[in-house]
Design a protein around this ligand. Structure first.
Ligand code: GLY
Ligand code: MN
Ligand code: MN
Length: 441
């Protein structure tokens, strides 16, 4: 497996994105982007800093309290950045800063200022512009600062749709990073299978995942890892991870690393003791069959909705065969009888954010991940997850042997001219392959 380190994108990539924004701006306008700020964890300790995805997307600059502005005046582009000024004392305590003097050359931006000069400089930058692109309600500090600078937030034009649409299609360089994120995440899942033993705690296995992420340069998980033993798997966003893993139960692990700002998002479900029981295997095989069919269908021109329709049919047929659902398959589907066992969507866009941005419907204005309308035809360069699941609560009215079984199988697909490429296929998911890997652990 080639894990040659490529920590970031080349500078030209950020510049070409800014050119594409410039081309979409109306003349005599300004476009403004705010960075993330530090967030307090407790007393004087902060959470690890994570840059705002949009800000990173156009600047490649990883410091808090920064503002980027692009203007288009009479067809001419000018870029400005406000950054934290150099401060030897603060830098001794809290870490290095790029500083005003170094910013233009390093970031290929025309002008740099101290963040403390924002109020004075903004009116000069906005002079002779008639429109401002800003997306409100993303950062409290951004809206407050603009309001203080007498910008009328009711009059700004949102850049959100423009940037979301750009971010939805991954460049060659982004695909390289996402492949790395997928591969590292896959190695972490393999390690989790190898380190699994009855009576280990869920959080110990979480530690094994993080260890593997770190080993390959992914310093953080892309989202809170889920290590869910037994019925905990039926809680979709279970993150307590504080219970013992029991002999005879399944464990569902949903975890992915963030590598160079790009996310992996893998789920595997496997037996804690290394061997599926007959009932566990029956449920597992339904989900696996559905996932494999979905992967066949998630190709250019098809939609997530189309694939999900087939996934639902495979699940309902399977559940009827096991006596978990009773009745006519078509009627059960019509009445959404599967919803009690499959209550989430088939997948979501993946990129700098685990639930990445971009419209899911043909109507491009609908970018709500929870919207049921997912009829947008897939196109080359999109990356999405495929993650069917079945969750049978202890309380469900089903044959005893199926109670408390939760299964999800999730991979990451890049849509290509040939169909798709599975970025996370390195983690086994066939029953025999999982059992073999665990037998040799
Ligand atoms: N890990 C969150 C998800 O699969 O959507
Ligand atoms: Mn996931
Ligand atoms: Mn997912």
């Amino acid at each position: 497996m080639d894990l040659a380190y490529m920590a970031s994108l080349p500078q030209e990539e950020f510049i070409s994105r800014r050119v594409r924004v410039f081309e979409q701006m109306q003349d005599n306008s300004a476009f403004i982007l705010f960075s993330e700020i530090e967030h307090r964890r407790s007393n004087d300790c902060s959470f690890p800093f994570r840059q705002d995805s949009y800000f990173w997307y156009l600047t490649g600059f990883n410091e808090p309290n920064s503002i980027f502005i692009l203007t288009k005046k009479q067809g001419q582009a000018h870029t400005s950045i406000f950054v934290r000024p150099s401060d030897p004392l603060l830098e001794t305590w809290n870490g290095r800063r790029l500083g005003v003097d170094n910013a233009p050359a390093k970031l290929q931006i025309d002008s740099a200022f101290s963040i403390d000069e924002f109020a004075v400089e903004l009116p000069k930058i906005l002079a002779n512009t008639t429109a401002l692109y800003h997306t409100k309600d993303l950062h409290t500090w951004a809206d407050a600062l603009l309001t203080k600078s007498t910008v009328d937030l009711e009059k700004v034009l949102s850049w959100k749709e423009m940037l979301d649409e750009m971010r939805l299609f991954k460049s060659k360089n982004e695909v390289a990073l996402m492949q790395q994120a997928g591969q590292i995440s896959a190695l972490a899942h393999i390690r989790a299978m190898q380190k699994m033993r009855p009576n280990r705690m869920e959080y110990e296995i979480e530690g094994e995942l993080l260890h593997e992420f770190n080993r390959f340069g992914a310093r953080a998980a892309a989202y809170n890892s889920i290590v869910a033993g037994g019925e905990n798997a039926c809680i979709l966003h279970y993150t307590e991870n504080d219970m013992p893993l029991k002999d005879g139960e399944l464990v569902l692990i949903d975890a992915g690393c963030e590598f160079a700002m790009y996310a992996g998002d893998i789920t595997r479900t496997f037996p804690v003791n290394g061997k599926f029981s007959p009932a566990q295997r029956e449920i597992y095989e339904i989900v696996l069959k559905a996932q494999k069919r979905a992967i066949e269908l998630l190709i250019p021109g098809n939609s997530i909705q189309q694939a999900n329709d087939e996934v639902v049919r495979i699940k309902v047929e399977g559940l009827v065969k096991l006596g978990i659902l009773k009745g006519d398959v078509d009627e059960l589907i019509e009445n959404e009888a599967h919803r009690q066992f499959y209550m989430h969507g088939l997948g979501h866009w993946l990129g700098m954010d685990v639930h990445d941005v971009g419209s899911y419907s043909k109507d491009q204005h609908n970018n709500n991940r929870n919207s049921k309308v997912r009829d947008r035809p897939l196109e080359i360069g999109m990356v999405l997850t495929v993650e069917p699941g079945l969750y049978i609560s202890e309380k469900a009215d089903v044959p005893e042997q199926y109670k408390g079984i939760g299964v999800r199988i999730e991979d990451n697909l890049l849509i290509t001219e040939y169909g798709n490429k599975n970025l996370t296929s390195a983690v086994p998911k066939e029953v025999e392959d999982i059992e073999k890997l665990m037998a040799n652990r």
